[in-house]
Design a binder for this molecule. Structure first.
Ligand SMILES: [Fe+2]
Ligand SMILES: [Fe+2]
Length: 319
């Protein structure tokens, strides 16, 4: 048997293995947090400090309720919010026997701190050739914008629902997104598509993207032409949420020709047009499903758990 806390710890460890940053960068980040925590004055901030942050670099990946409870059947969804928790409780009334819920998109404290994981995008930008000072400037401004943006949310709502229903609850965000980012990077590099049309074709060989066609949500071109050459690719699948459109000019200057993203906002697509960067939107819910599936494959191999799919999540096993 495994507890929700143990599943969470396992997910964090596996995500570090496929993180775009190296281990040393992550260790340094955790060391800095520990020092800061030790230097904190006694008071309400220290009392309420989330000690999970001292070992877990992913602030959008949290146990939200019932960490010590044993999990045998877990409901997994892209968005598990109040209504989905009520659905799970309804299913349990009919005898489903679900013992816990995992949301991909962050909830509770995980959403309130989403901006923190965006800092890893300094590293992903640097990896495609953007200089560190430019990358830091782009990321810093956007982190603060997201921090202010999420501050108004009703984050205790879904957590309180889980408490009232007494249903163990967690969110696994960047830990899953790291998996899809890493997977797509090796997959596309290996297939080495020449034109955007070839890229779309190889993406459709991935079962989750083929499944997305059922909803007309398959991989699609947001900017560029299917005859364009793919060239140097940047992967936009992890790191919390989208950066500002300023990144695109810097990416173009560093030689990026194509971005493969889960999705992209209107402003960014417009800027990609100006910068002549091809944008392939692989699909949001399907890409999130790939990340969750890769992580779940590891989880079910290690622990005796069953998975129930809901809220947009499509389970595909690669075992
Ligand atoms: Fe995601
Ligand atoms: Fe997502």
């Amino acid at each position: 048997m495994v507890t929700l806390k143990e599943l969470h710890k396992f997910a964090v460890e596996e995500a570090v293995k496929v993180d775009p940053r190296d281990d040393e960068t992550i260790d340094k980040l955790l060391d800095r947090r520990k020092e800061k925590y030790e230097d904190m004055d006694e008071g309400p901030e220290k009392k309420r400090f989330d000690k999970d942050r001292l070992d877990n670099p992913y602030d959008d990946t949290k146990v939200l309720y019932g960490g010590d409870r044993e999990i045998s059947k877990v409901a997994v969804g892209v968005d598990v919010e109040t209504q989905d928790l009520v659905l799970i409780d309804r299913l349990n009334e009919r005898g489903s026997g679900i013992s816990g819920a995992i949301s991909h998109h962050p909830e509770g404290r995980g959403l309130a701190n989403l901006h923190e994981v965006m800092k890893m995008q300094v590293d992903t930008l640097e990896q495609v050739g953007v200089s560190i000072s430019q990358a830091e400037a782009i990321v810093r401004g956007r982190v603060d914008e997201v921090r202010r943006g999420v501050h108004s949310g009703n984050h205790p709502r879904s957590v309180r629902t889980a408490e009232l229903l007494d249903l163990p609850y967690a969110c696994f965000h960047t830990v899953a997104d790291n998996h899809v980012n890493n997977y797509l990077e090796s997959y596309v590099e290996e297939k080495d598509p020449e034109r955007i049309s070839d890229l779309l074709e190889v993406l459709l060989e991935i079962p989750e993207y083929e499944w997305a066609l059922e909803y007309d949500l398959g991989p699609t071109i947001f900017n560029g032409d299917k005859k364009n050459r793919v060239g140097k690719v940047a992967y936009d699948m992890t790191g919390g949420t989208e950066l500002s459109k300023k990144r695109l000019e810097k990416m173009a200057q560093s030689g990026v020709n194509t971005i493969i993203a889960m999705h992209m906002s209107k402003d960014q697509v417009k800027e990609a047009g100006k910068q002549n960067i091809n944008v392939v939107a692989a699909g949001h819910i399907s890409s999130d499903s790939i990340g969750l599936n890769l992580l779940l494959d590891k989880m079910v191999s290690e622990f005796d758990i069953d998975v129930v799919e809901l809220s947009g999540f499509k389970r595909v096993s690669r075992l």
